[in-house]
Design a protein around this ligand. Structure first.
Ligand SMILES: [Zn+2]
Length: 715
């Protein structure tokens, strides 16, 4: 088993506009809009988004009109004179919001895949309007009273399980969003949300600004240690940016990671490192520190209106962890093992540096560089050699194979031109059941980095499955930032990137396999929803995948058994670094939201908290606070970053279930249970209960410690 799931998953987040789910609606009249972005999707496969017709000019009026339609539907539900029932209230709400969901599919792609300064302006204009719109629904008094009536009736006479769950979730969501507040507090609540949404946009745009504007250009004599492919693409990027003859190191993870690992130019490594870890922290107009302090204050004030002590307590009540204490307990149980492993790693690196006569002591910009040398020395593992066996196309086939074995899916390329795409790099496949041929959905892949595309990797849906109004197919997408090769070159990726590729595909499979009745039940539970994708990473290193798909890009020979053995041995390598950089971010996220934000100095808080924790000086947080988009460019991962590790405990434990099974990772019986309890129900079943059905017990933290090569103690 080779898992680097931690490092791999951190660069991913799911873009699910889950907020749409509260943006409920029901139209009675047919939508007559002539805005192309609002219209029903037409064409094959139950209709597909008209990505070829997307324009920045159309998005704002489309969004405004869709919000208006949605609000009209909500008003109709709220003002219904009939007594509130499950059908006329909850089902009506589930049925509403179709136009808005369609517009959001475009809006998401425009924001994440093909953004521009022009679009970001529209985004900034729409942000407060969207927030206002959400508040109008979540604070609709008449609507909430009807939901409450249905909820209270269901407490006496329970509904069928999926109906009951959607009632429970809907009621809870309204309650958590201030529906029980009095008029005055509600007003303040809405005001806070509006301010926050503008701050989130500013935060994200500041990080993006610093990513696009701090580029390090190298000369020909500064390329020491760098791989040929990397040099070629750096040259191309420089040329594209009008710096012909130079080599550009952009300020994104996919660019800095290989540079810091291989470049022999220590001063340049320092410069590149500082650019990257200073994003949003440069003391200029794009500095995020004051924005963060403001966000923390507003979040605390908002939950205070509802009587909560702090944001974390409010946030975690409907998560699998339930309380901040449970999340902190897990993190602090792993932290000592992680940081003491860092000490060992640094000692190993210092030895190598001394042997080379480098006369340095390890600094943060040296970590990746010397770690790679230790890796070679200890495991004789050359990442570049491994790359020769990791071709993007073959990895894609490997994922299809895995999906076929576990889910019985078949992937068939859709002929170019049949389904509109938003960029020529995007490819589309049809997903069907292997035996029955039943259509399940479409899978869109947008693999390459380009300007205007956010960094990292992510999965999203343009349409999710539910069955209460008849069967619906799924339109899911995976998005990565692989460096586009020069024409004719194969796309070779690192082991980490291959792992991330599988990870994101796991999210897509989770979307495809959904078997839920109501849209709300498709929603993710933040500390659970990374589990399915993390688990799927494990199939990359199974024998069947290795032997069929991990073949040399020139000779076609399968990866040698000895190299696989080395990869497996190296799997716990650098876990001190990976776990510590992650946990530092997760702990700061939680502690920031448990702290008193009055007069908080973010920079000082980060520094002092890390000191108290005993953060090793040789590495930074994975995401320093001023660039921590998971937490501050929205609320998706605020006090939720711990969730990756929470999910990883489940991942380690669930993969032991496969390892113990007769058929290993391809065991039919375990795979069936996997799909039935851990994938298909999504949020239609309580996650803790679903896991127990799969495993027969709760997950154990010891499995995670074993996976990372940490000593297992009684915890
Ligand atoms: Zn993920």
């Amino acid at each position: 088993m080779i898992s680097n799931s931690l490092r791999a998953t951190l660069i991913c987040s799911i873009v699910l506009f889950s907020s749409c789910k509260e943006d409920i609606k029901k139209t009675t009249e047919k939508n007559m809009s002539d805005n192309v972005l609002i219209q029903e999707w037409t064409g094959p496969y139950q209709g597909v988004p008209a990505f070829d017709k997307v324009s920045v000019e159309a998005i704002k009026p489309a969004m405004e009109e869709a919000m208006k339609l949605n609000l009209a539907e909500i008003e109709a539900i709220a003002n219904n004179t009939e007594p509130a029932t499950f059908e006329n209230t909850i089902v009506a709400m589930e049925s509403a919001g179709k136009e808005l969901s369609r517009v959001f599919a475009y809006y998401g792609v425009m924001g994440s895949n093909v953004s521009s300064a022009e679009f970001r302006k529209v985004q900034a204009e729409l942000a407060p309007k969207l927030s206002d719109f959400r508040s109008q629904i979540s604070q609709n008094e008449k609507l909430f009273q009807r939901i409450k009536t249905v909820y209270e009736a269901s407490q006496k006479t329970p509904l069928e399980p999926q109906a009951q769950r959607v009632v429970d979730l809907t009621y809870k969501q309204f309650e958590m969003n201030g529906a029980n507040l009095n008029a005055e507090k509600k007003k303040r609540y809405a005001q806070i949300n509006k301010e926050l949404s503008s701050l989130y946009t500013d935060f994200a745009n500041n990080v993006l600004h610093d990513e696009e504007n701090y580029i390090t250009y190298l000369n020909k004599d500064q390329l020491g240690g760098l791989a040929e492919g990397f040099i070629k693409s750096a040259a191309k990027i420089a040329t594209d940016k009008g710096e012909d003859g130079k080599y550009a190191i952009t300020n994104t993870r996919s660019s800095i990671d290989p540079f810091l690992t291989y470049s022999t130019e220590r001063e340049l490594r320092k410069q590149v490192w500082e650019n990257y870890y200073s994003r949003g922290d440069n003391g200029d107009q794009y500095d995020n520190n004051k924005i963060i302090a403001q966000i923390l204050k507003l979040r605390k004030e908002r939950v205070g209106l509802m009587g909560y002590d702090n944001y974390a307590e409010w946030r975690l009540q409907d998560r699998m962890a339930k309380t901040p204490e449970n999340a902190m307990d897990l993190m602090m149980a792993v932290w000592p093992a992680a940081t003491s492993r860092v000490k060992e790693e640094v000692a190993d690196m210092q030895t190598v540096a001394n042997e080379l006569g480098d006369n340095i002591s390890i600094e943060p910009w040296d970590y990746r560089y010397y770690a790679e040398k230790v890796r070679k020395k200890k495991y004789d593992l050359d990442s570049d050699e491994v790359k020769q066996y990791l071709q993007l196309d073959k990895l894609t086939e490997a994922m299809f194979f895995t999906a076929g074995e576990l889910f019985n899916y078949k992937f068939t390329p859709v002929a170019e031109g049949t389904v509109p795409v938003f960029h020529e790099d995007v490819k589309v496949w049809e997903v069907t059941d292997k035996d029955s041929g039943k259509h399940i959905g479409l899978w869109y892949l947008d693999p390459f980095a380009r300007e205007g595309k956010r960094s990292g990797a992510w999965a999203t849906t343009y349409r999710s499955s539910d069955s209460f109004e008849g069967e619906k197919n799924v339109l899911a997408s995976n998005n990565s930032n692989f460096v586009k090769p020069a024409p004719g070159e194969a796309v070779l990726v690192s082991w980490d990137d291959a792992t991330t590729f599988f990870h994101e595909f796991g999210h897509a499979l989770h979307f495809f396999s959904a078997d839920v009745k109501y849209p709300t039940l498709n929603g993710g539970v933040r500390d659970y929803t990374e589990f399915q994708s993390q688990l799927l990473e494990r199939w990359l290193s199974t024998d069947k995948v290795i032997n069929q798909f991990l073949v040399h890009y020139k000779t076609g020979e399968p990866i040698p058994a000895s190299l696989v053995e080395k990869i497996k041995k190296a799997s716990t390598f650098n876990q001190g670094f990976g776990t510590t950089e992650y946990l530092a971010s997760a702990l700061i996220d939680m502690k920031l939201h448990l702290a008193d934000p009055t007069d908080i100095d973010i920079d000082k808080f980060e520094r002092e908290t890390l000191d108290e924790l005993g953060m090793p000086k040789e590495l930074p947080m994975r995401h320093r606070t001023p660039q921590f988009g998971h937490v501050f460019s929205g609320e998706g991962y605020a006090t939720a970053y711990y969730g990756y590790m929470w999910a990883d405990v489940l991942t380690s434990d669930a993969s032991e279930a496969f390892r113990e099974a007769e058929g290993g990772f391809y065991d039919k019986a375990v795979a069936d249970k996997l799909v039935k309890y851990l994938f298909a129900p999504r949020n239609a079943m309580d996650p803790a209960e679903a896991y127990r059905k799969f495993r027969g017990r709760d997950a154990k933290i010891e499995a995670l410690m074993r996976d990372r090569g940490f000593p297992v103690q009684k915890i």
